[in-house]
Design a binder for this molecule. Structure first.
Ligand SMILES: *[C@@H]1O[C@H](CO)[C@@H](O)[C@H](O)[C@H]1NC(C)=O
Ligand SMILES: *[C@@H]1O[C@H](CO)[C@@H](O)[C@H](O)[C@H]1NC(C)=O
Length: 275
């Protein structure tokens, strides 16, 4: 009996191995291979039966025969399962290869995006570090406006030629006369947090430069200059690290002030966390 079982197992394994290699190389002809294996198994079971007869003589033990047939059936089933598994393993493998390829593609485009972001960051850094005019055409405010026409906007309009201050092409900023009021204020809202480098104030050239005596200039809370003499142009350099969102030009005395142009130079804008 032991020899019989060994024979069955041997034939099972040799066929199973063949079936597997066939499944891996030519999955399309699997059906015909399975048929061939079945035929082989039938042959093996017939020869086993003959072998049994010779071993046990004429005394046919039906029970033993049934057991062997069961065993053969079991082996056949296992073989079928192995072929099916070989097929699905192949499917899984090809799907894995596909997934790996698309993962590689995703990684490629990710690193491309990352390098582009770094490049853009570098450009933004370069732009931000440039010291430039940061006040022109920004929002402004002043307590009052003379004649309802000498607006605070004219202080940042980019026009500061040497002619026609009052009524012509070179309009000035001018509050309503402040002879009995202190603290006229002109505010330039820079629209972001900037590092302030220089503030330039251009006086009128037709008259009235003395109006500006007593004016102080602030970058947010920090005082960065004061006007104590009559000049056509004042340059207030800021040497420390001064960051501000707004520039305040304030007449501390009970008198007027008027400017052709006010220019703020600096770099940025910066985030609060960077300064
Ligand atoms: C056949 O089986 C019977 C019992 O089932 C037994 O008595 C007899 O010896 C067996 N003959 C051979 C040749 O083994
Ligand atoms: C101008 O406005 C500022 C800010 O609101 C205020 O502190 C100041 O007193 C005002 N000055 C006058 C002359 O109204």
């Amino acid at each position: 009996m032991l020899i019989v079982i060994q024979l069955v197992i041997l034939s099972f394994f040799s066929n199973a191995l063949r079936a597997e290699s066939v499944a891996a190389s030519r999955p399309a002809s699997l059906d015909s291979e399975v048929r061939a294996i079945k035929d082989q198994l039938r042959e093996v079971s017939l020869s086993l039966r003959e072998e049994m007869y010779s071993l046990f003589g004429d005394n046919r033990s039906d029970l033993l025969l049934l057991q062997v047939i069961d065993l053969i059936k079991e082996v056949k089933e296992m073989q079928g399962q192995i072929i099916g598994q070989a097929e699905s393993i192949e499917n899984i493998e090809s799907k894995l290869v596909e997934s790996l390829e698309s993962l590689e593609r995703i990684e490629d485009s990710q690193s491309e995006v990352r390098s582009q972001v770094t490049e853009v960051n570098g450009k933004v850094e370069t732009m931000r570090s440039e010291i430039r005019l940061i006040s022109q055409q920004k929002l402004t405010w002043q307590n009052s406006t003379l004649g309802d026409r000498l607006f605070s906007e004219y202080a940042v309009d980019g026009v500061y030629t040497l002619s026609n201050d009052w009524n012509g092409v070179n309009p000035i900023q001018h509050p309503i006369s402040g002879h009995n009021q202190r603290n006229f204020v002109l505010i330039i809202d820079l629209g972001g947090l900037f590092k302030i480098r220089t503030v330039k104030l251009w006086s009128r050239i037709d008259c009235c430069q003395s109006y500006n005596l007593g004016v102080f200039i602030y970058a947010d809370g920090e005082q960065i200059g004061g006007i104590v003499e009559e000049k056509p142009l004042y340059n207030f350099d800021v040497n420390q690290h001064v960051y501000a969102r707004k520039i305040y030009v304030k007449q501390s005395l009970a008198k007027n002030m008027n400017f052709r142009e006010i220019q703020v130079y600096g770099s940025g804008p910066y985030d609060e966390s960077e300064v």
